[in-house]
Design a protein around this ligand. Structure first.
Ligand code: ADE
Length: 225
């Protein structure tokens, strides 16, 4: 899978996407991440990418030309499954969407900044708009990193243990059960006996029961869906 991320602040993406599982996926050749600095696509000598909004409202708006130039160039090179714009007024990201997108071949993620992007970019290129939650970030970069991470870890072969993404919270509309590691006892807190019993059918039942109890207590809305 190839993910092209377009941003005015590439530095904000380098660290979140340069470590851990995403790095492993890149090293294994399972994902190609290409970060594009919007300033490289500026159409004037000042590397300008933003301008004041029409109508006299406050803040700055990302201009259409650099974004169009970058996306058009990418679209000429290959076909894209989706061209996604990160925005608080998009559809809220969930695990089902991440699952679906992990099967795509090529996507573009556009991170906005300042007051937003010229509305005409949406009409011209954007096929999907995603929010990572009902709060406003300073830019779409952290959202783009969240979206990329949620997708990349689901690409087949990325996680060593193939079952481990399947047991994540939300994967079957249930929160994940509690997990423990050594020592078996710490400051009087003990690991549940069943997990140390070696009886795997019993352990499996216990884990399912705990997932259900936790979901009922914390996110009953998931069970209604
Ligand atoms: N850009 C600013 N706020 C955002 C949010 N909540 N989700 C995605 N992109 C954003």
């Amino acid at each position: 899978m190839r993910i092209d991320i377009i941003t005015a602040v590439p530095e904000l993406l380098e660290s979140p996407l340069g470590h851990s599982i995403v790095k492993r996926a890149k090293d294994k050749g399972l994902v190609e991440l290409v970060i594009h600095n919007l300033r490289d696509y500026s159409t004037n000598n000042y590397r300008q990418i933003d301008d004041a909004p029409y109508g006299g409202t406050s803040g700055m708006v990302l201009m259409i030309e650099p974004i169009d130039k970058c996306i058009s160039q990418l679209k000429n090179e290959r076909d894209y499954d989706e061209i996604i714009y990160m925005t608080p007024d998009g559809e809220t990201l969930n695990q089902q969407q991440a699952n679906k997108m992990s099967l795509f071949t090529n996507i573009i993620i556009l991170a906005g900044h300042y007051k937003g992007i010229d509305e005409r970019v949406r009409e011209l290129h954007i096929t999907k708009e995603i929010s990572i939650g009902d709060y406003v970030l300073s830019g779409g970069e952290l959202g783009a990193a969240v979206l990329t991470d949620s997708i990349v870890r689901l690409i087949p072969g990325v996680l060593g243990d193939e079952t481990s993404a399947l047991s994540d919270s939300f994967q079957d509309q249930l929160l994940a059960p509690p997990v423990y590691t050594r020592p078996a006892e710490y400051k009087g807190l003990v690991v549940p006996e069943v997990l140390r019993s070696g009886n795997f059918p019993k352990i499996d039942n216990w884990l399912q029961e705990q997932a259900l109890l936790r979901t009922k207590a914390r996110r009953p809305d998931l069970l209604d869906e």
